[in-house]
Design a protein around this ligand. Structure first.
Ligand SMILES: [Zn+2]
Length: 165
């Protein structure tokens, strides 16, 4: 029995920022020296101001990079997958993007990312032996992730309430 549970594609945009810095030169503190280090990904634009404010004594900011990840998820059928041994068809890289990747997963079930059609089929076959999974309810999803990045000017970012100048 197959239960049709179709739903429209969804697109989610996730943004983050990294702050790239150099140590301040002890002789000339307006100058950076040594290797460039980057912060972890900051999930809020105002956290960038906060991060800069709290490290300004030691480091000079060389650049701030805004990272955008656009994740499009659509429902497909097992029959839509490429045949055995075939790779995952690479998505087109849109203008301005630097990377586009595709993987598969099942809705609310199984591993977060199945990297190729064979992995999808293998997991689906194994699920037959799992008493907690009703295979007829499984929905296969194709997930396309497109990544963009650009440098931004820190003063154009929203202020952090705790460290307004
Ligand atoms: Zn702050």
């Amino acid at each position: 029995m197959t239960i049709a549970l179709s739903f429209p594609p969804t697109t989610e945009t996730v943004m983050s920022w990294t702050v790239h810095v150099q140590q301040r030169d002890p002789q000339d503190r307006t100058r950076g020296i040594g290797a460039e280090h980057s912060s972890t990904h900051l999930a809020a634009a105002r956290a960038v101001r906060h991060h800069i404010a709290h490290t300004a004594d030691h480091v000079l900011v060389t650049r701030v990079v805004e990272h955008t990840r656009v994740v499009t998820t659509r429902s497909i059928e097992l029959a839509d997958l490429p045949g055995p041994g075939q790779p995952t068809p690479p998505p087109a890289v849109p203008d301005g993007a630097y990377q586009a990747l595709r993987h598969y997963r099942f809705l609310r079930c199984g591993p977060y990312a199945l990297l190729n059609p064979d992995a999808v089929r293998h997991w689906h076959e194994q699920a037959e032996h799992n008493p907690y999974i009703r295979r007829e309810l499984l929905r296969l999803l194709e997930v396309t992730t497109v990544r963009y990045q650009r440098s931004v000017v820190p003063r154009n970012l929203p202020a952090c309430p705790c460290c307004t100048p």
